[in-house]
Write a protein that binds this ligand. Structure first.
Ligand SMILES: Nc1ncnc2c1ncn2[C@@H]1O[C@H](COP(=O)(O)OP(=O)(O)OP(=O)(O)O)[C@@H](O)[C@H]1O
Length: 321
């Protein structure tokens, strides 16, 4: 599945330490080795503060490792500086959780999309309209949005702009750091579908950080579980539940299961069909943590009584359905 010739980006024993106090340091990443392959998605999961963003930021060269090596197509890029670093950065782009905060609110959408191309001298200012329209279409938005400002757009539309902007430099790797977390479930799904479609078309490697383990297991070809700065295991996406060995990964999966149990208990008193997502109580784990389940339930309308407790996890996360 992961051929050596498709290896794009590779971290070898990468460590990052931050100064914590006068003579103490915090090890955010401890000898992490992970690979990114052409056309494949690497999911990264683990509790808050375990080092996921720090690792990905090193892959994008926004942070320098304290130790270890990063290879891009087999060439060491850890110590790149100046123009060589600038040119390398084009190849690996990042899509953030909150695109609006990364955009200049005074810039029109066409300027936001085309800014990287202009900075790299790849297009002239007069070409912006035409180029922005092309990228808006690529991310399935109306080209007429080119003359609007970020605040005129919904969260999902803004995230599509973030993806369009990342695509302009034709990267080989895109890192999505909680890129779908601020969006509601149906919008989240449409963004994940868009990323998947673009990945198929352009053979991009995607690094995907997300707290929704069910969603990560659906979109990832391989998943690294991080714990206190270490990668404790790497699992195949859809077989995640079956392959889990490490006690920490099991605890992560259990946390989904318990949410499911609570939800199952709540719902067990209901007769008949599953309510639509709109009828689910606000803050319910079904909506906030498991987009795939919600969609399945909306389309298949399973009988909750038959499924019983733990339906939330049973319907896809554990079985990998
Ligand atoms: N620039 C920094 N200076 C000092 N400490 C930092 C810095 N960046 C991250 N850290 C620390 O490194 C550790 C890992 O942080 P990181 O953001 O990588 O975790 P994370 O797994 O992505 O968390 P979350 O899921 O909450 O985003 C944390 O303890 C954090 O406080």
């Amino acid at each position: 599945m992961f051929k050596e010739e498709n290896l794009i980006l590779s971290a070898k024993q990468v460590t990052k330490k931050f100064a914590a106090s006068k003579d103490r340091s915090l090890v955010a990443c401890d000898k992490v080795s992970l690979n990114f392959y052409k056309g494949k998605t690497l999911g990264l999961v683990g509790e808050s503060g375990c080092g996921k963003s720090t690792f990905m930021r090193m892959m994008v060269q926004l942070e320098k490792p304290t130790a270890g090596n990063i290879f891009f197509h087999g060439k060491e890029v850890t110590e790149l500086r100046g123009e060589a670093l600038r040119q390398h950065r084009r190849r690996i782009q990042m899509v953030f959780q909150d695109p609006a905060s990364a955009f200049n609110p005074k810039m029109k959408i066409k300027d936001i999309i085309c800014e990287p191309l202009i900075n790299y001298g790849l297009i002239k200012r007069r070409e912006r309209d035409q180029v922005a329209r092309k990228y808006l279409q690529m991310v399935e938005l109306d080209p007429e949005l080119a003359d609007r400002y970020p605040h005129n757009l919904s969260g999902g539309q803004q995230q599509r702009i973030g993806i369009a902007r990342a695509l302009t430099l034709e990267p080989e790797v895109i890192i999505c750091d909680e890129s779908t977390s601020a969006l509601d479930v149906s919008v989240q799904k449409s963004i994940v579908d868009l990323l998947h479609k673009l990945q198929q078309e352009k053979h991009i490697s995607i690094g995907f950080i997300c707290h929704d383990i069910a969603l990560v297991s659906q979109v990832s070809d391989h998943i690294a579980v991080m714990y206190l700065g270490n990668v404790v295991e790497v699992l195949e996406g859809k077989q995640m539940a079956e392959q889990i060995c490490h006690p920490y990964s099991k605890t992560l999966m259990d946390s989904i299961f318990h949410l499911g149990m609570d939800y199952g208990k709540k719902m067990a008193g209901l007769e008949g069909e599953m309510p639509s997502a709109l009828e689910l109580p606000p803050g319910c784990p079904f909506q906030s943590r498991c987009s795939v389940c919600v969609e399945k339930c909306q389309t298949e309308k399973p009988d909750l009584k038959k499924l019983g407790e733990g339906h939330y996890v049973a319907c896809h996360a554990v079985r990998g359905a």
